[in-house]
Design a protein around this ligand. Structure first.
Ligand SMILES: [Zn+2]
Length: 151
């Protein structure tokens, strides 16, 4: 599958290039853009029917007492864990610090959907490796990531 996204101009505060960062509309419920931790690649996550989301959610509910109505901190933690459970993309993990500058890898702190540059086709995020783990290893992975989020 994959998805066409719109890229918008975002000046990088570190190297001063004008980066092209894909953003979704505010109404894109259950859709996310992920970016590799080197800043080079973007991918599309449509999570409404994604079994990995249900699995991570169930593990956090059962083992960490995180209920269905998460507060803002818990939502961040959940999002970070699910990002880090995703399959590598072009050999890289996804960043939990979206968006990064594709040129220098620095964090872009200011961006908006004011200046549209072009449309970009991006591939889907997948969670095949995580979902192929035995259930006990899935729990172990999620709980380790949770510990890292706390520290
Ligand atoms: Zn940069």
């Amino acid at each position: 599958m994959g998805f066409h996204v719109q890229c918008f101009a975002a000046p990088c505060p570190h190297c001063h290039v004008v980066a092209a960062i894909p953003l979704l509309s505010d109404f894109a419920y259950g859709e996310f853009i992920y970016q590799t931790d080197d800043g080079h690649h973007f991918a599309y996550a449509m999570v409404i029917a994604e079994p990995a989301w249900d699995r991570v959610d169930a593990i956090l509910r059962e083992h960490a007492g995180m209920g269905p109505h998460k507060n803002d901190v818990e939502i961040d933690v959940f999002q970070h864990i699910i990002i880090r459970c995703a399959d590598l993309f072009n050999g890289r993990p996804f960043t939990t610090d979206f968006p990064l500058c594709p040129h220098c890898g620095g964090k872009i702190t200011s961006y908006s959907d004011k200046n549209r540059l072009y449309s970009l086709y991006i591939h889907d995020v997948t969670w095949s490796t995580f979902m192929a783990l035995p259930p006990t290893d899935q729990v172990k992975t999620v709980m380790e990531l949770l510990e890292q989020e706390k520290s």
